[in-house]
Design a protein around this ligand. Structure first.
Ligand code: MG
Length: 423
């Protein structure tokens, strides 16, 4: 969820770490974010480009900026080169970290890599529970262990786990206060993940608690990291957690096909308190015979995620740092658009859904202020509202939440709302 930047600032970015001059540039699971994939799938997106030609310019602009920035990853020392090149490859984190001031950028880079390594352990369903749980519980101590490595994950995650000594070397070069925050958040996150390896997500309270560990804590830790360098927090813990819960819940909804089909064991992150109303087993939602029930369940999951939108808007509106604001705001808009796309969409249970890369690129360049966020969220609220049918048992709750979100956006907008986003 660490996100984004403008291409202009991206190509002007300067790394600096450990006292070395590094002239370079860089502009959640699932690690196939629309914004990141936009740099990978331009040719595949031709049909969408022809249908939405206004997105072409943003897409090409973003692709060029990312290509330039990739070439500017620092050449030395090798451990920092490994850290930044891994960060660049793995997800959208580099897009927010590139925005952060030089004096704390290295710390946020290592923070993101350590948490991603922890998540790679958590996500690997091939690791036996009796092996995985103690690793998660002690991972905060392994950050300092220059001999720690683990053979799991795939592609760049595999490289991260097998070459973790580079992360350790870079971690030990950070200010001790950053090291303490990273260790503390890693310890709490690892303990929480271990708890839910052994425990089913039954109630909505369980669901909120689980979502707190991988992303709520990450957002809280980001605020503490900022506090180390600036003497003040980014935001309160409650609002940071709300932002994290929103991000995690959108991912949990759209990642249903990946999670339920995971081998050798499915991951079941939807709460039984919701899906148990509609089917006997969570995997039954993917059966075509259960499509009507699956949509009702999905819409209740989306409605649950909507409960965090108002607080996540408050979170964004209070961020004191414009660069960090922009990075998180872009992801917020993309994730809210994704939630609108998911509502009442049976493809969530089939091939999966995600915003068009071109639309994600357009959001990337159109999101720089709180007004931009309010306008986009207002647009997507209308789209989601248009998909609510009256025979849905949760329609009144969903409409009420959407009304609150629209009022929140309208009260803060200075111009008439526009409808510039189409999903
Ligand atoms: Mg995970």
């Amino acid at each position: 969820m660490f996100a984004a930047a403008s291409a202009t600032s991206a190509v002007q970015f300067q790394f600096r770490g450990g006292g070395r001059p590094l002239s370079t540039t860089i502009p959640r699971k699932k690690h196939n974010h629309s914004l990141v994939s936009s740099r990978l799938k331009l040719p595949d997106s031709l049909p969408c480009i022809l249908r939405y030609p206004d997105e072409l310019y943003s897409m090409v602009r973003l692709k060029l900026a990312l290509t330039v920035s990739e070439k500017q990853i620092p050449a030395e020392p090798p451990h920092w080169r490994f850290c930044y090149s891994t960060l660049y490859k793995m997800d959208g984190s580099h897009l927010i970290i590139q925005q952060i001031d030089e004096d704390v950028r290295d710390a946020f880079c290592i923070y993101a890599l350590v948490l991603r390594a922890l998540d790679t352990i958590e996500d690997d369903s091939t690791i036996a529970t009796e092996v995985k749980v103690p690793i998660l519980q002690t991972f905060h101590r392994r950050i300092r262990d220059g001999n720690f490595h683990f053979s799991n994950g795939a592609k760049y995650y595999k490289a991260l786990m097998e070459n973790f000594h580079h992360v350790t070397t870079a971690f030990l070069e950070l200010d001790c206060r950053f090291q303490e925050v990273i260790e503390d958040i890693t310890m709490k996150m690892g303990a929480g993940m271990a708890k839910f390896i052994c425990k089913e997500i039954n109630t909505i309270d369980d669901y909120d608690e689980y979502c707190h560990y991988p992303v709520g804590l990450c957002m809280i830790g980001a605020s503490k990291m900022y506090s180390v360098s600036r003497g003040k927090s980014l935001a309160s813990e409650d609002l940071s957690n709300a932002m994290g819960l929103f991000f995690q819940k959108v991912d949990t909804i759209k990642d249903y096909p990946d999670d339920i089909n995971m081998m050798p064991n499915p991951r079941m992150l939807w709460p039984r308190q919701i899906w148990g109303k509609y089917v006997d087993k969570l995997e039954d939602l993917k059966n075509e015979d259960n499509s009507a029930k699956a949509l009702l369940c999905l819409n209740e999951m989306v409605t649950n995620a909507l409960t965090h939108v108002e607080d996540s808007l408050k979170y964004l509106s209070t961020l004191p740092d414009p660069a960090i604001f922009r990075g998180i705001a872009i992801f917020k808009v993309i994730e809210f658009g994704t939630l609108a796309l998911c509502y009442n969409n049976i493809e969530v249970f089939r091939s999966g859904v995600g915003l068009r890369p071109g639309l994600a690129a357009k959001i990337f360049y159109n999101t720089s202020s709180m007004s931009d966020v309010y306008e986009a969220v207002h647009d997507f609220s209308f789209i989601l509202e248009s998909k609510i049918s009256d025979n849905n048992p949760n329609d009144k709750v969903t409409r009420s939440l959407i009304d609150t979100i629209k009022k929140c956006c309208r009260s803060s907008l200075t111009s008439n709302q526009r409808k510039s986003y189409i999903i």
